[in-house]
Design a protein around this ligand. Sequence first.
Ligand SMILES: *[C@@H]1O[C@H](CO)[C@@H](O)[C@H](O)[C@H]1NC(C)=O
Ligand SMILES: *[C@@H]1O[C@H](CO)[C@@H](O)[C@H](O)[C@H]1NC(C)=O
Ligand SMILES: *[C@@H]1O[C@H](CO)[C@@H](O)[C@H](O)[C@H]1NC(C)=O
Ligand SMILES: *[C@@H]1O[C@H](CO)[C@@H](O)[C@H](O)[C@H]1NC(C)=O
Ligand SMILES: *[C@@H]1O[C@H](CO)[C@@H](O)[C@H](O)[C@H]1NC(C)=O
Length: 430
Amino acid sequence: MVRGYIFLASALLLGATNVSAQAQNAQTCVSSYDQNTDYFPQKFDTTKDSAQLFTIEYHNNYKVLTDTTASNQKYVLVQCGTPAPPVSNFPNGTEIYQIPITKAAVLSTTVVPYLEMLGVAETTKFISGGDWVTSSCFQKYLTGSNAPAEISVTNTTQSIEQLSQVQVQFGYSPGASDPVSNTSVASAETYENSVLGRSSWIGYYSAFYNLESVGTSALQTMTTNYNNLAKAASGYSNKPVVAWAVYNAPDQFNGNTASWQLMTDGYRKQLTSDAGATIYSGSNTNFTSASDLVNAIKDVDILIDETYIATNLTDVLSNYQITDASKYKFAKAIYREDGILTKSDMINVVNPTAPSSSYKRNWFRNVANNEAIHYVSTDDCNWDETKPRSSLATKFEGSAFSEPSSSAASSISAGVITLMASTLVALALI
Ligand SMILES: *[C@@H]1O[C@H](CO)[C@@H](O)[C@H](O)[C@H]1NC(C)=O
Ligand SMILES: *[C@@H]1O[C@H](CO)[C@@H](O)[C@H](O)[C@H]1NC(C)=O
Ligand SMILES: *[C@@H]1O[C@H](CO)[C@@H](O)[C@H](O)[C@H]1NC(C)=O
Ligand SMILES: *[C@@H]1O[C@H](CO)[C@@H](O)[C@H](O)[C@H]1NC(C)=O
Ligand SMILES: *[C@@H]1O[C@H](CO)[C@@H](O)[C@H](O)[C@H]1NC(C)=O
């Protein structure tokens, strides 16, 4: 009996020592491979997250990542210093990567917030569209001495030279052809239909860095906060109606024909309902005339304008060819997403007194109230880009929000707005 206990205790101790040694190994290359060692004590459980579009399967020294959007493209992530499994074990087209990644190219700005939350943004050595990243600390990184270079868009020889220097290119469109074989990893977070599904993609990126425990805990924090906010906004008896619209200006890609569109599903629908509102969902969503669109939404309480560029109310009204805004219920509640966002934002759009009356939106800006765009500058950087970036979402643990004013227009003009969305979501929308 006694011996049994002693044996158990020392086995546990031994176990604990092994785990930390393995965890350390996981950050460097393994020098003496042992096939019985689990090199990945940190795991991201894709059976428990909200993402629909990827899975991770763990083996002792490699992981199999499957992206279900691109015909089940598989990426085999092999712990550096250990043998890769035979490629013939996997479907044609499977790519093999040595991890952890130390040099990456980022082709889509939506990837940056995930890398920041894992503390590995500075593994980015090449980037496409760096100026569009709204993170102030990433902007600072772009101006520093180790700044990543912009991937050439005019010179293919040069872009291939650049991309040949990295282990992985994140942000590839699923199914796109790859100029540098076996280095392009698709990013499908924006194809997820739910807000927390998008947030869950932190697990996908964490697998490339052996940082699954950081990813898992960041996701838990975001999920708890999101659910707290959604619960507090769930009890409004009078739910404002929100329309999400976009104006597509005539250009060479649309035959120089202007069109207007209402977006009624996917993450927008969920974000809207989780913020205590209802999304506008008429049968007609595509319009060739601005007045038809405006007529369709004349009774909505809030308009969210997703048109690419519009600086002020004059621009927005002109895009929708509205001459007299006062005729519409949403006249004082026209938001754009170019303010710079966090999750509490949507709740505040719907109800200006929630999460608190002093809440300052980051992302949604009420152009009808002359709120200005905040252009990010490196002076705004107040975290260490080489460490996991904490969630930007307002931490919320309070009780139910009080009913928004029956006239959303007047209550919104009263001040601050809300939206929702976990920080990551917010950032991932960029
Ligand atoms: C594997 O895929 C490549 C490129 O997609 C294709 O050229 C090749 O024919 C495929 N091979 C088999 C055995 O399907
Ligand atoms: C394209 O890039 C290559 C490699 O960097 C360089 O040698 C070449 O001069 C560039 N071509 C042009 C037209 O700039
Ligand atoms: C890409 O990886 C596969 C699987 O490891 C391998 O069979 C193929 O030769 C690689 N292609 C190139 C161009 O390196
Ligand atoms: C509306 O337009 C979008 C973008 O052009 C298109 O993808 C979509 O299929 C259209 N929807 C309908 C119902 O016609
Ligand atoms: C609105 O912004 C446009 C530039 O997009 C500018 O030309 C115009 O003067 C602005 N109007 C007002 C009223 O500020």
